[in-house]
Ligand binder design. Structure first.
Ligand code: FEO
Length: 450
């Protein structure tokens, strides 16, 4: 039986929910499941925006047939070729042989990679600002490279003023029949999952997300229809403001995220004692054990808070394994502008403080506060003064009493954008032999932006 919902009189949600998936992309736990959204628009022409993951293929095909109500399918717009949205594209195109595939040039190349078929004979390749008339309405296509893959685009539809936003503005969690964000307590119940989704899926690509937000500002948008989660028809500015902060790497809250690794509880004891002292100084803290809490939650919390404390034993002369994994994950997501304090433990050769610093120091705008607190096996009573000093230094920084580091921040690097795939490279200058890591084009294909 179909399970579809009207987004607007002529737009139908034809996606599906998967509550049995345990790890999205094989790495992100989704205890509340995930939705794969697709939308069917009926005008003089009919358009399907995206397909779905193979897990929900059956209901998707039923939904599409139901929404078409006997009409033929004219167009299939593919915003993103990742298989959570395109695994059923091949099957869909076989079921609807008259449908024209509408996509970016890079998407078309990826269809050949995924399906081992040449679909160019039935494809309409579109680029930035191209338009497609459907009769009474018009579609306009905008490229959104690296939000989340290089081939990504979004579509603005003129009739209902809907933006089909691809992965942008998605959220983890099945929607279970509640299509609109205002049908649930989105900011109470889903914002944490929206942050975890953004930071882990797209967080590395802040400048590219900023570029999309800038394009959106020029549009009159009433509906935002993402590929995961809820459709936004009210109060979208609030969600857009979150994206603006996250993609600028600006913290949402002044407070401290403490992440600790602990083998026998002694490093955790030091971290918890520091947390208690920060609380006594009026500082909000959250604390995670990196061996227990999934890395994706810690990455999201690191994006949320202004100050971060990492506490780790020294292990095999390195950083404890689960802590190293989290720190590399944070660095891979390009987190910036955070103030960091470190606690190290080592029974004979403590070194994790220096090693953690080396992993985090390259991140743009990173500042360190206080001296590294060194524990030898376990925190001693005589070290309380040292711990108080660290708590004072962190609290002063959180409260803004410490000197503002922004005054001494290095000048921002230039940004160069690949005119073919949209990849943005930040550097003082672009070397003549530079090659785009996404599409392989040379420096002559790059333009300086902003
Ligand atoms: Fe939801 Fe990047 O795929």
């Amino acid at each position: 039986m179909h399970c579809a919902r009207q987004v607007a009189p002529d737009i139908v949600w034809v996606g599906g929910n998967d509550k049995r998936l345990s790890m999205f992309e094989g790495v992100y736990a989704v205890p509340r499941g995930v939705s794969y959204n697709a939308y069917l628009l009926r005008d003089e022409k009919t358009v399907l925006f995206d397909t779905v993951d193979k897990a929900v293929a059956k209901v998707f095909y039923e939904n599409v047939a139901h929404a078409l109500a006997g009409r033929k399918l004219d167009y299939v717009v593919v915003h993103h070729m990742e298989p959570d949205h395109s695994a059923t594209l091949d099957g869909l195109l076989e079921k609807y042989p008259e449908a024209t595939l509408v996509c970016s040039r890079l998407t078309l190349a990826m269809t050949a990679q995924f399906f081992h078929k040449d679909l160019s004979g039935r494809a309409l390749v579109v680029g930035e600002g191209d338009r497609l008339s459907l009769g009474n309405r018009e579609l306009t296509f905008f490229m959104a490279p690296m939000v989340h893959w290089p081939e990504v685009m979004v579509t603005y539809e003129s009739g209902d003023r809907a933006l089909f936003s691809a992965d942008a503005f998605g959220v983890f969690g099945a929607i279970d029949g509640a299509l609109f964000a205002d049908e649930v307590d989105f900011y109470g119940d889903y914002l944490d999952e929206a942050r975890r989704y953004y930071c882990n899926i797209v967080g590395k690509y802040g400048p590219q997300t900023q570029a999309l937000l800038k394009k959106m500002k020029a549009l009159d948008i009433a509906l935002v229809c993402p590929l995961h989660g809820f459709v936004h028809r009210r109060d979208f500015e609030r969600y857009a403001a979150c994206y603006d902060k996250w993609s600028r790497y600006e913290p949402e809250e002044r407070g401290v995220m403490i992440a600790c690794a602990s083998i026998y509880g002694n490093t955790a004891n030091a971290a918890e004692t520091l947390s208690a002292k920060l609380r006594e100084r009026g500082v909000r803290t959250v604390m995670f054990d990196v061996s227990v809490t999934p890395a994706s939650e810690i990455v999201a919390a690191a994006f949320r808070f202004s100050h971060l404390v990492f506490a780790s034993p020294t292990y095999n002369a390195g950083v404890f394994v689960t802590m190293e994994e989290v720190l590399r994950d944070i660095a891979a997501h390009n987190l910036q502008n955070r103030t960091i304090a470190l606690i190290e433990n080592g029974s004979w050769a403590p070194a994790s403080g220096k090693l953690m610093r080396a992993l985090l120091e390259p991140l743009k705008g990173t500042d360190f506060v206080g001296d590294v607190l060194t524990i030898k096996s376990s925190l001693r009573k005589e070290q309380e003064t040292e711990l108080d000093q660290l708590a004072d230094a962190i609290a002063d920084s959180v409260m803004g009493k410490a000197e503002e580091k922004t005054a001494e921040a290095p000048a921002a690097k230039k940004k160069f954008r690949c005119k073919v795939c949209g990849y943005i490279h930040e550097a003082d200058e672009l070397p003549a032999d530079f090659k785009c890591p996404i599409c392989g084009r040379g420096a002559e294909f790059f333009e300086e932006i902003e």
